[in-house]
Design a binder for this molecule. Structure first.
Ligand code: FEO
Length: 392
């Protein structure tokens, strides 16, 4: 089903209800790939969807438009979750003009060699395109999320691409008809797992967008925003770019073998709590990369605990720290390390070295052999207090 969003814009996207992993990013609420049809004198499509949904996408479009009548296809972002059906549309309408940034043209022709004979029109910052009554205005947003990314506006409507996106499957299109708190959580989760490394670039874009007084925001994923709810989207992103999203929380992530490190994590958490901060306890074996990235996004510090296995830290924990470090959640973050072992306490050293490499700062560490006695448990409690004291 398509949805009329405004008199001139119709949602023609697809909902991926079953997807649970988006290239290593766990998406428990599924995904929506948004595409928008602008019905003006020049019929225009903004973005397509993932190629696995080509049949459904074409069927949807045919309900509201003849594909051969489309004049322009705006490709805001060449990543295949949005560009995957451009070759399908081009196959049905070889005269269509693909409008994109200069780097996007090269990327699209490389991913889809069949587009080498397509009509491309490249645009740059502040380029405009007359559709009839409406004019599109383009805004380059490089490295938000890829180098070729851009947004475009039409009057008070913003097509924002990945910015303001959320991974959510829903039959509703506007936030007004949905659970706003879930949308906020998924928008933050998206920022934590996709946009975080590009925060400085996003800052400039958000500052520009905030001055435009948009009444509709149509992102590439998830729910759309209109009127007062546009403020909801801006509040999340302003907090993100101004680094005001962090609360008085400390992530305690651990991986245990026979329960000694798990018990230590509980004691560290009690020490954190005794200082008025909220511990966020996560077992690396049962938590997704994305959950931990989100927890770090909202927290001010980190405690990491691991048993030693084959002279290494536990492999699930190692993978999670790599994922979080690559997303730049560890840069500048204070941390404590702890861990139990049988005979070789190398996990502790590995944790400290790894987090240091990602730009984090160690403020304490504590290891033990086999099982903690009461004095060692007290030391772990104090380690939890120490991480909070380091933030004061
Ligand atoms: Fe939804 Fe960066 O693609």
């Amino acid at each position: 089903m398509t949805t009329q969003l405004t008199p001139e814009v119709t949602w023609t996207g697809v909902v991926d209800w079953s997807l649970r992993m988006f290239h290593s990013y766990a998406v428990p609420d599924g995904v929506t790939y948004n595409s928008y049809l602008i019905q003006d004198e020049q019929l225009t499509l903004v973005d397509t969807v993932k190629s696995s949904y080509a049949s459904e996408f074409v069927h949807k479009l045919q309900q509201v438009v003849k594909i051969e009548d489309l004049k322009y296809l705006i490709s805001l972002h060449a990543e295949p979750d949005h560009s995957g059906c451009i070759p399908t549309i081009f196959g049905l309408n070889p005269e269509i003009v693909i409008v994109c940034s200069t780097p996007a043209q090269e990327i699209l022709k490389t991913i889809y060699p069949q587009l080498k004979s397509a009509n491309f029109m490249t645009v740059t910052n502040e380029s405009t395109l007359q559709l009839g009554k409406n004019t599109l205005k383009f805004r380059m947003t490089p490295m938000q999320h890829w180098p070729e990314s851009m947004g475009c506006s039409m009057g008070d409507i913003l097509f924002s691409s990945d910015i303001f996106g959320q991974h959510l499957a829903s039959t509703e299109r506007y936030v007004d008809d949905f659970d706003v708190f879930r949308v906020i959580m998924r928008m933050e989760d998206y920022a934590a797992n996709i946009m975080n490394p590009f925060r400085v670039n996003v800052t400039k874009t958000i500052q520009y967008y905030a001055e435009q007084n948009y009444q509709h925001i149509f992102p590439a994923h998830g729910l759309c925003f209109q009127f007062d709810n546009c403020k909801v989207a801006f509040e999340v992103y302003i907090k993100f770019v101004e680094q005001k999203v962090k609360q008085n929380k400390v992530v305690v992530v651990y991986d245990s073998m026979y329960g000694s490190t798990a018990k230590a994590a509980q004691i560290v958490a009690q020490g954190i709590l005794s200082k008025g901060f909220e511990p966020v306890l996560l077992n690396a074996e049962t938590s997704s990369n994305a959950e931990i990235a989100y927890a770090l996004f909202k927290s001010r510090a980190l405690c990491v605990g691991s048993a030693t296995l084959n002279n290494q830290m536990m492999p699930d924990l190692d993978a999670i720290l790599t994922y979080a470090g690559q997303l730049q959640h560890l840069k500048g973050m204070k941390f404590c390390a702890f861990g139990g072992c049988c005979w070789a306490g190398t996990a502790l050293t590995q944790i400290v070295n790894k987090l240091n490499e990602f730009g984090a700062e160690c403020v304490g560490q504590f290891g033990w052999i086999l099982k903690c006695d009461d004095q060692q448990l007290q030391h772990l409690f104090e380690l939890g207090q120490k991480i909070v004291e380091a933030l004061e």
